[in-house]
Design a protein around this ligand. Structure first.
Ligand code: NAG
Length: 451
């Protein structure tokens, strides 16, 4: 298959590029924002690209399902994300008031009006209003002015997406429960819907379109609430159809690798990046991002599950990442009360525990790298609490804040990533301590790329 040679080519290109592109996307991990010290809160997100910067705009779920903020983060490499602004925030009343549903923000730039236009799903807590909201701003991550809400063409609308075609015309993708999934054309200023272009009778939610190679690909999920399902796609040569039958694009029964599509980011002509949410309904703030390369052959798209991969922004390709060395937390030098603790799901049944806390427990580990490079180190950890824990992780004297989302329990590890500089040789030191006086996570393993 073409994808195999693409991967081989990409590996060579990335190797030739040396340390330029080695940072990894780790699906399902805690992604600590560069400037908040906390997990990125931009769920149900879309991406706007502008002047070499990616802006990720999504929902803040820190306090649960009810609306708090629409957040924007920026990145130039798709891996390290910096909080920019809360574009909309909770108001005392109205559509953006307490206990409101404000979901799936999507933003398009309107050239004619030089305005960024945001659409949102607007609802009451029982999902009875079923409307879209519209907000605008002069800058992609500036404060947005909320204009109000309506039912597109009079029909119910819950999950939404937006699509801008090559000629600048834009479309609202909207889940209309009584009638099915709709594509509605937007007015020239993008502020209103003008006509229906196509309606599937199937109920598909969280819609998003990728246009490439002469086809429009529509992606969406089935309706299973917060629980994941085998997501589907349909394709056509025209938005008005005829559209193909819906088909799966990930391993059958994997529930799209336990995720729900939110956005598809074009990444070269024959690949894209699938961006999904791994919702955690019992504690939505610990929902993570499942981003994976989506491969195209003709009119078929396919998503392969990967624990990690390397996006190369310059070449618009991707690679699989270097081989790694796994270091056991319990084998590190543990001091100040830090000690090996039992953990049934951990490698060897043990983790490094009591890091931080009253005794200021400390873990120190020597790690090897073949090259002097900035790389992605992964921590396999447990945090049995219901809120984030934080670690001060010092690598070769450079301090980093790393957040650790709650894991399923104290026995089943999750992953957290740290992007840091390593030097060639055995002399790298990684120290994990408390950041805030509380305990950091229990560390099962520290996983370090060989180069
Ligand atoms: C939006 O379009 C509908 C018809 O499609 C119209 O009834 C409505 O008044 C328009 N809204 C605004 C604010 O122009």
């Amino acid at each position: 298959m073409a994808s195999i040679s693409w991967q081989a080519v990409t590996r060579l290109l990335l190797a030739a590029a040396g340390c330029l592109a080695s940072l990894e996307v780790v699906p399902g991990a805690t992604w600590t924002a560069t400037n908040t010290g906390s997990h990125v809160q931009a769920h149900g997100a879309g991406i706007v690209k502008e002047s070499g910067t990616f802006y990720m705009i999504g929902e803040d779920k820190t306090l649960g399902s009810a609306f708090q903020n629409i957040n924007c983060y920026s990145s130039t490499n798709l891996v390290e994300w910096t909080f920019e602004n809360a574009l909309l925030t909770r108001q005392s009343e109205g559509d953006l008031g307490p206990d409101r549903v404000v979901e799936r923000p999507k933003v398009l730039y309107n050239e004619a009006t030089s305005t960024y236009v945001m659409y949102l799903h607007i609802d009451d807590s029982n999902y009875g209003e079923a409307k879209v909201g519209v907000a605008t701003s002069d800058t992609v991550c500036g404060d947005y002015t909320y204009l109000g809400s309506y039912r597109p063409l009079g029909f119910e609308s819950r999950d939404i997406g937006l699509f801008k075609d090559d000629d600048g015309t834009a479309y609202l993708l909207t889940e209309d429960r009584p009638n099915g999934l709709r594509i509605d054309a937007l007015s020239d200023d993008y502020l209103n819907t003008t006509e229906n272009v196509y309606t599937w009778e199937e109920n598909i939610e969280s819609p998003t379109i990728w246009k490439t190679n002469g086809y429009y690909f529509m992606f969406g999920s089935q309706l299973t609430g917060w629980n994941p399902n085998d997501n589907l796609y349909s394709y056509a040569e025209s938005l008005a159809g005829p559209w193909s039958a819906w088909a799966e694009f990930a391993d059958d029964g994997s529930n799209t690798y336990h995720s729900q599509v939110s956005f598809v980011l074009p990444w070269g002509d024959s690949s894209a990046i699938y961006m999904g949410d791994r919702w955690q309904p019992s504690n939505l703030m610990r929902s993570t991002y499942v981003w994976l390369p989506l491969e195209l052959e003709g009119s078929s798209v396919w998503l392969t599950n990967r624990g990690r991969w390397v996006p190369d922004v310059e070449s618009r390709r991707w690679g699989v990442g270097p081989t790694e060395t796994q270091y056991e937390g319990e084998d590190a030098t543990l001091s100040n009360g830090a000690a090996a603790v039992g953990c049934s799901g951990c490698s060897g049944g043990l983790a490094a525990g009591y890091l931080g806390g009253g005794g200021a427990g400390r873990m120190e580990l020597g790690v090897r790298s073949e090259e002097t490079t900035k790389t992605t180190v992964r921590f396999r950890y447990t945090n049995g609490d219901t809120s984030e824990r934080y670690g001060l992780v010092t690598v070769n004297g450079v301090e980093h804040e790393v957040a650790f989302l709650p894991t399923q329990n104290g026995q089943t590890p999750g992953s957290a990533v740290l992007h840091c500089d390593l030097a060639a040789g055995d002399g790298n030191t990684v120290v994990v301590e408390t950041l805030d006086g509380g305990y950091a996570a229990d560390i099962d393993q520290v996983i370090v790329p060989e180069k």
